[in-house]
Design a protein around this ligand. Sequence first.
Ligand SMILES: [Zn+2]
Ligand SMILES: [Zn+2]
Length: 228
Amino acid sequence: MSNEKIYTIRITEAMNQKCGCPLCTVEDKLEADELERILGAAMMEPDVRVKTNEQGFCEKHLDRLLGMSNKLSYALMLQTHLAEFTKKLYRDSIPLLKNTPDPKKQLAVLEKKRKSCYVCARKREFMSATYSAFAYMYRTDAEFDGRMREQPYFCLRHMHCLLEAAGRELSKEAYRGFCRTLNDINGAYSQELLGDLDWFCKKFDYRYKDEDWKNSKDSVERAVKFLK
Ligand SMILES: [Zn+2]
Ligand SMILES: [Zn+2]
């Protein structure tokens, strides 16, 4: 299956679900698949191991991997990563305490490590191709605009990514249409969310305490999802 097809299928599947931001759905599934793959088949692939040894994982993904069941795979992977990282951090000071490492060099190594994660890098690469595929689908599929309009909303982070990709990939006229659709959806959703949040806050006022919650009970959670 070509790569383009994979992106198109994942977008279509997420849009069929019509729950929350479809790009968040694509991203969550990708992340889960990627974590599964790392501790499964990919663990023994030399080119993947070279990368995980070098890049390591961010705090969030270290924790996610820790929560998974394949602990031997994880131990083997951490062992080679830690060995490589220790060499970078201590360089010629190994064995330890032979001489004190240069703190400036250590700071640079530690700084680089904090920004580096194999899963995040894979995610960035895949998602960037997904945004382009999204714009491509808008350009080539006459029904895509209608399917976009069936989505509840696009979270603000993904709205940003989609606007950027569409600006690159679409003609001026198509881009205008794309922006209109995205703004229609998110404008309406923002209004709805504001109304729900307003009602949620009012419900803490004794004058409204006997009134129905309407659609406001989960409005704080929904606002966080939208803003995140
Ligand atoms: Zn999203
Ligand atoms: Zn990460």
